[in-house]
Design a binder for this molecule. Structure first.
Ligand code: FMN
Length: 148
């Protein structure tokens, strides 16, 4: 059974909620899932994963969550060849050009690891609503298909 690992950062709960939805949907697809908060993981977290998922909010003006900075820096040095990745972000469109910037930055970082993007980046505003849940469903289906 393929293993999907999710690492997330969440200050007020929106991204945590999104990561829980992703977890549930991956399980519905028959995948094994492990989900951890970013402060609890080592840089090699994705070593045994088939699907590598980051869920992040954005802080400041387009800044990474402080607690994700070390993991982010270390990620580009990891060899994740043969794996697929997906990134999902929460943010607020009031921040204009910086909307979900951290999620977009993680896509760039994954692109240096040899992993292949298995699903389009998903950005949702604040907490997940009905239409976002549809987006997350598609995100998970694309990822599941990419490891079939
Ligand atoms: C001080 C502050 C700065 C923020 N900066 C951004 C930003 O640059 N871009 C963005 O898209 N959202 C920004 N946001 C919105 C949060 O990313 C958004 O509310 C997110 O869902 C919070 O996730 P969490 O509930 O998991 O902590 C900011 C929020 C706060 C409080």
């Amino acid at each position: 059974m393929a293993l999907a690992k999710i690492v997330y950062a969440s200050m007020t709960g929106n991204t945590e909620e999104m990561s829980e939805i992703i977890e549930e949907k991956l399980e519905d697809e028959g995948l094994e899932v492990e989900r951890e908060e970013c402060s609890d993981v080592d840089p090699d977290f994705f070593e045994d994963a088939d699907i590598c998922i980051v869920a992040t909010y954005t802080y400041g003006d387009g800044d990474l969550p402080f607690e994700f900075e070390d993991f982010f820096e270390d990620l580009k040095g990891e060899d994740l060849s043969g794996k697929v990745f997906g990134v999902a972000g929460t943010g607020d469109k009031e921040y204009g050009e910086f909307y979900c910037q951290s999620a977009r930055d993680f896509v760039e970082q994954f692109n240096q690891t040899g992993a292949k993007q298995g699903a389009q980046l998903v950005c949702i505003e604040n907490n997940p609503e009905d239409e976002d849940i549809d987006l997350l469903q598609t995100f998970v289906e694309e990822l599941a298909k990419s490891v079939e």
